[in-house]
Structures are given as structure tokens and as C-alpha cells.
Ligand binder design. Structure first.
Ligand SMILES: Cc1cc2nc3c(=O)[nH]c(=O)nc-3n(C[C@H](O)[C@H](O)[C@H](O)COP(=O)(O)OP(=O)(O)OC[C@H]3O[C@@H](n4cnc5c(N)ncnc54)[C@H](O)[C@@H]3O)c2cc1C
Ligand SMILES: NC(=O)c1ccc[n+]([C@@H]2O[C@H](COP(=O)([O-])OP(=O)(O)OC[C@H]3O[C@@H](n4cnc5c(N)ncnc54)[C@H](O)[C@@H]3O)[C@@H](O)[C@H]2O)c1
Length: 435
């Protein structure tokens, strides 16, 4: 139905207009929550093209994919939360354009919604595999809850699963597939998994762990074509002429930030929607947060776009305070992410050993080739260690694998930017706070 909606109380930019949030996922829902927590009593309209109310994606490649996390646990808020907090939730509704001068967004059904301030949390979309045969049945991507359900149905004991891309999606799906008893071949273009994020030294640790748990990892793979049989995928043909037979192919070759709306509206876009330290875009009444935001980060002195859960939880809180007019709302958190995988114990009566568990947290930010040394602390063979990435003697990032409660001292090392003694950093007998 076409028409113009307006809210009840403005946020300073217009009379009686609501704050509109486009993108009803983790970032959007956290922004609505933060606005209410900050005491804002005006209208909030949260618009999302998915039909599900806002949910979290990490379980989709872990517990939910394995059937261990029930559906009701994936949601950001219970269903009644939106009405209780006077948040107008418009699901199944895509925003098709923004008119910054008129302060309106247009919906795919031609309806219009006025805004006082606009927050874009449009996230990202999976990159598509650009080869012949990629649009057949059985070629699966993983972003939405229904994608996870499709992949889960394919992970049957004995099924042959080919995974294209050894990034986070590829490795987490490979671990889930092994847990489900499927045969897995992972095809990665580069020489190691997660190479651009972790670098050679730590990427090798991930490669060894997955191989040890029965994943056939193939590097330097050039996917030339997906072969098929009657419209359903049957395998992956590689550039070297070999073919990997597959009952299903899962593609995880990265994402692109969903910047189409912003670009068409004339906002500055470069590897995401560019924002300042307050998460304000090139239009003073439009903000961006989460996967889609390429935000100026004061700690690093440059723009950084982070594609992880914690960023989608925390940035919207800063954006909410900033768009309500708080001048000191600045986003300067150290980037953080985690991953989890667990394989079956080698002996059914034994507890899960550290080598059968991949539970890690990563803090910091390192560009590919942005470090000159990796220091390991702990027992890499037992898979209980901390890795630090250093440049000129300063810690840029730290990753704790199967070791807990160390994020505060790791964060302090990063934020302090001081030169550390690498031998003391490597010595588990020296408390991290005293390195
Ligand atoms: C399977 C999976 C597992 C993950 N696991 C981890 C993990 O273990 N650890 C970690 O740190 N991170 C993980 N991540 C990353 C994390 O989930 C993302 O960083 C996070 O979802 C980003 O949230 P967001 O709200 O910014 O964007 P998104 O989650 O992408 O949400 C954006 C929403 O906006 C909607 N939208 C876009 N355009 C429009 C429009 N024009 N109109 C209306 N709606 C629109 C989209 O449909 C979507 O619902 C995982 C991601 C995936 C896919
Ligand atoms: N634990 C986590 O933090 C987690 C878990 C799942 C997903 N995610 C997020 O989900 C998003 C998508 O994950 P992803 O794994 O798709 O992306 P990614 O960027 O982590 O990894 C993509 C991988 O695919 C490889 N690749 C690219 N093109 C290829 C090709 N044609 N053939 C073979 N390999 C190719 C790349 O070299 C890279 O290793 C990311 O934003 C990621 O951060 C995060």
C-alpha cells in the first residue's frame, strides 16, 4: 500500500518524524534497543527485507546447523519485545531508495517512510561463484536461517560435500559436516585457509587441525565449473582438469557490503559506507553501523570495516547515542571475533580433548602483511596457546585458542601500543599484565 508514514517525536532533524533503521538483523535490533536504553521516547521504525524477526547468524554455521541450538535461541529479542518497546517492526519489506533531501525512504511496494535521522544496518551479502553451473540445485550459500536449514539437510552421513572457500564459513561448515559424518573436500584459491586474516603461521594451525579431523583440504584450487546432472550439481571441475564429485557444494568465498541504497542516495561509499568516528555518513542525518560501515577508527588512524558479530552488537550503541546528539559518542573498540568447532572425541568415554576443539577469540586488527613477527605462548601442539601478531615490537592482535579470560590483558597490550619483550610475551610464567 502506497502512502507516507511518520512517527510521533523527532530526533532533532524534523517535526514528529521517527528514527528509521534500515536492516532488521543484529545491528538494527541492537540500535533500536540502544535508542530506548538512552531514553529516547520518539518513534522508531525498524525495516527489514527478511521475514524473520532479527536473529543472530553465528549459530547458523555452528549449533543451529548441528541441530544443537533450538530455533528460539537464535533471535535477538523475544517476539513481544518490539511492541513492549514501541518499536514498529516492518518485516518482509525492502527499502528501495533513500531521498536524503526529503528525509524519506521508499519501500519496494512504493510506500514512503519519513525520517528525522536514518541508520543503515544493511549488512552484507555473499559473493556469488562466477562459474558455469553455479546456479544449479545443490549449490548452497550460507547467510540466512533458511540457508542453514538447506545445508543441514545436505549434511547426511556419507554424503560428499564440496566446500568452495576456506574462510570462516568454509571451515565452520566443514567441521559441522564432519560432525554429521559427511565426507568433506574444501577447495581454497590461496595456499592456506584464512590466510588474509591470520597470516601463514596461524593459518597452518587451522589447516593441520581440520586435516587431522578428516577434511580433504586442497589449496591453490581454481574452480572452473560446477558439473551437473539433470539440474542438480554433481561435482566441481578444477582448472587442472580434475573433478571432485559432490552431492552438494557449499560456497563461502566472502561477502560484499550491501551499499546499493547508500550509493544511489549519493552517500560516500568505499569498501562499505564511509563514516566518521561517530558513525555518521557523508550526510549528517544518516548513520551506518555493522558489516556495511567502513568507519574511521581513532586507534588505527584509518577507516576499518569489520565483518563480525561483536561489531554489529557494539557499533549500533555508539550510532544510537551519536544520532541522539551526544558529541562524545565515538566508536573506538578494538575489533573482536570468535569461532567454535568441536569434533567427536577419539574415544567415546573420554572428554573432548583440546585437539578436538577449536574455541578461539581474536582481538585486534592486522592487514595482510601488516605484521613482521608472530609470537606463540603456550602449547601449539596441544592446541592451547595464545598467538600475538607484532610489528616493530608492538602487539597488533592476539588470538587465544582454548585458553580463556585473557582478552582484557591482550586488549591492554594492543591499546597501549608499547614495545614489548618478545621472550617475556612468549613465556607463560610471566603474567600478561607484566610483559
Ligand atoms: C553463518 C554465519 C556465521 C557467523 N559466525 C560468526 C561468528 O562466529 N563470530 C563472529 O564474530 N561473526 C560471525 N558472523 C558474522 C556476523 O554474523 C555478522 O558480522 C553480522 O551478522 C553483521 O550484522 P549486521 O546487522 O551488520 O548485518 P546483517 O546480519 O547482514 O543484516 C543486515 C540485514 O539488513 C537487511 N537489508 C539489507 N538491505 C536491505 C534493504 N534495502 N531493505 C531492507 N532490509 C535490508 C538484510 O536482509 C539483513 O537482514 C557470521 C556470519 C554468518 C553468515
Ligand atoms: N567465526 C566468525 O567470525 C565467522 C563465521 C562465519 C562467517 N563469518 C563472516 O561471514 C562472512 C562470510 O564468510 P566467508 O568464509 O564466506 O568469507 P571469508 O572472507 O572469511 O573467506 C573467503 C575465503 O574464500 C576464498 N576464495 C575466494 N574466492 C574463491 C574462489 N573462487 N575459489 C576458492 N576460494 C575462494 C578466499 O581466499 C577466502 O579464504 C565474513 O564476513 C565472515 O567474517 C564469520
Amino acid at each position: 500500500m502506497a502512502g507516507t508514514d511518520s512517527g510521533t517525536t523527532g530526533a532533532g532533524g524534523g517535526q514528529d518524524r521517527p528514527i528509521v533503521i534500515v536492516g532488521a538483523s543484529l545491528g538494527g535490533a541492537k540500535a533500536a534497543e540502544a535508542l530506548r536504553e538512552a531514553g529516547y521516547r520518539g518513534g522508531i521504525v525498524l525495516i527489514g527485507e527478511e521475514h524473520e524477526r532479527p536473529y543472530e547468524r553465528p549459530p547458523l554455521s555452528k549449533g543451529y546447523l548441528l541441530g544443537k541450538t533450538p530455533r528460539e535461541k537464535i533471535y535477538v529479542h523475544p517476539p513481544q519485545w518490539y511492541a513492549e518497546h514501541d518499536v514498529t517492526l516492518r518485516l518482509g519489506t525492502a527499502v528501495s531508495s533513500i531521498d536524503p533531501a526529503a528525509h524519506t525512504v521508499t519501500l519496494a511496494d512504493d510506500g514512503r517512510v519519513e525520517y528525522a535521522k536514518l541508520l543503515l544496518t544493511t549488512g552484507s551479502v555473499p559473493r556469488r561463484l562466477p562459474v558455469p553451473g553455479a546456479d544449479q540445485g545443490g549449490v548452497l550459500y550460507l547467510r540466512r536461517v533458511e540457508d542453514s536449514e538447506r545445508i543441514k539437510a545436505a549434511l547426511r552421513p556419507g554424503a560428499r560435500i564440496a566446500v568452495v572457500g576456506a574462510g570462516w564459513i568454509g571451515l565452520e561448515v566443514a567441521a559441522a559436516a564432519r560432525a554429521a559424518g559427511a565426507e568433506v573436500t574444501v577447495l581454497e584459491a590461496l595456499e592456506l585457509p584464512l590466510l588474509r586474516v591470520l597470516g601463514r603461521e596461524v593459518a597452518q594451525v587451522f589447516a593441520d587441525l581440520h586435516r587431522e579431523h578428516g577434511v580433504d583440504l586442497r589449496f591453490g584450487a581454481e574452480v572452473a565449473e560446477l558439473t551437473g546432472d539433470g539440474g542438480t550439481v554433481s561435482g566441481v571441475r578444477l582448472g587442472d582438469g580434475t573433478t571432485v564429485a559432490a552431492d552438494a557444494v557449499v560456497v563461502g568465498i566472502g561477502i560484499s557490503p550491501a551499499t546499493g541504497l547508500a550509493e544511489a542516495a549519493g552517500l560516500e561509499v568505499d569498501n562499505g559506507i564511509k563514516t566518521d568516528r561517530h558513525l555518521r555518513t557523508s550526510d549528517p542525518d544518516v548513520y551506518a553501523a555493522g558489516d556495511v560501515a567502513n568507519a574511521y577508527h581513532p586507534l588505527f588512524g584509518k577507516h576499518v570495516r569489520v565483518e563480525h558479530w561483536a561489531n554489529a552488537v557494539n557499533q549500533p550503541q555508539t550510532a544510537a547515542r551519536a544520532l541522539l546528539g551526544e558529541p562524545d559518542a565515538v566508536y573506538d573498540r578494538v575489533p573482536y571475533f570468535f569461532t567454535d568447532a568441536e569434533w567427536t572425541p577419539r574415544h567415546p568415554d573420554e572428554p573432548v580433548a583440546s585437539r578436538d576443539k577449536l574455541s578461539m577469540e581474536y582481538l585486534g586488527y592486522v592487514e595482510p602483511d601488516g605484521y613482521d613477527r608472530v609470537v606463540f605462548r603456550g602449547d601449539v601442539k596441544a592446541n592451547e596457546f595464545i598467538a600475538f601478531w607484532l610489528k616493530d615490537g608492538r602487539v597488533l592482535a592476539g588470538m587465544n585458542m582454548n585458553i580463556w579470560d585473557v582478552t582484557d590483558p591482550i586488549r591492554n597490550l594492543i591499546v597501549s601500543k608499547r614495545v614489548v619483550d618478545a621472550d617475556r610475551l612468549a613465556d607463560p610464567n610471566v603474567p600478561l599484565g607484566e610483559v
